[in-house]
Design a protein around this ligand. Structure first.
Ligand SMILES: [Cu+2]
Length: 180
């Protein structure tokens, strides 16, 4: 009973979409098409064998949402796709008195991301990003700047070679590159 209602609702919405487009903006049409696809997929899932009472409740909600979207020209919710790639965040690390302020950083990115790490130190140092094998000097007022395309997956240590040579814990940061 409820399942049948859901199917009728879907049909009405598809009909509305077929009629409305000439009156609507392109964005409105795209939004409606997206909404129609969502409704269609949900209706399919709900109508598949094995679902009972719960599915009927969802179907009723879905129908209501879609009808609202059809009456108004406001775009559907855009929680499915983010707009463009995010800007790379800069991780700023300070080494003071041979210690990493706040403890070693933990940086996790996805393969292909651009990683931006700036290490400021109050004494001359050599900062080494293992795995990518990039070594840069740091000095007071002259931080080591790393800008790396993270195309090697794994977990890599960034070390202070001065700390290492002095027998202290050299870990400055850990860069974790996960599969995209
Ligand atoms: Cu090293």
């Amino acid at each position: 009973m409820q399942i049948r209602n859901a199917q009728v609702g879907t049909g009405e919405n598809l009909l509305a979409i077929a009629i409305l487009p000439p009156l609507m903006s392109r964005n409105g049409r795209v939004a409606l098409i997206v909404a129609a696809l969502v409704v269609a997929v949900l209706a399919f899932v709900i109508a598949s064998p094995g679902n009972d009472d719960e599915g009927g409740g969802q179907a009723a909600q879905t129908t209501t949402q879609a009808e609202t979207g059809g009456d108004e020209t406001t775009p559907a919710e855009t929680d499915s796709e983010p707009a463009g790639p995010p800007e790379p965040e800069v991780t700023r690390i300070r080494v003071r008195g041979g210690e990493v302020v706040g403890g070693p950083a933990d940086i996790t990115v996805q393969n292909g991301d651009v990683v931006h790490i700036v290490v400021a130190a109050d004494a001359p140092d050599d900062i080494h990003l293992h795995g990518y094998d990039i070594e840069k000097p740091a000095a007071p007022g002259q931080p080591a700047r790393f800008r790396v395309e993270a195309d090697i997956e794994g977990s890599f240590e960034m070390e202070s070679h001065v700390a290492e040579d002095a027998g202290r814990d050299p870990l400055i940061a850990r860069l974790n590159v996960e599969p995209r």
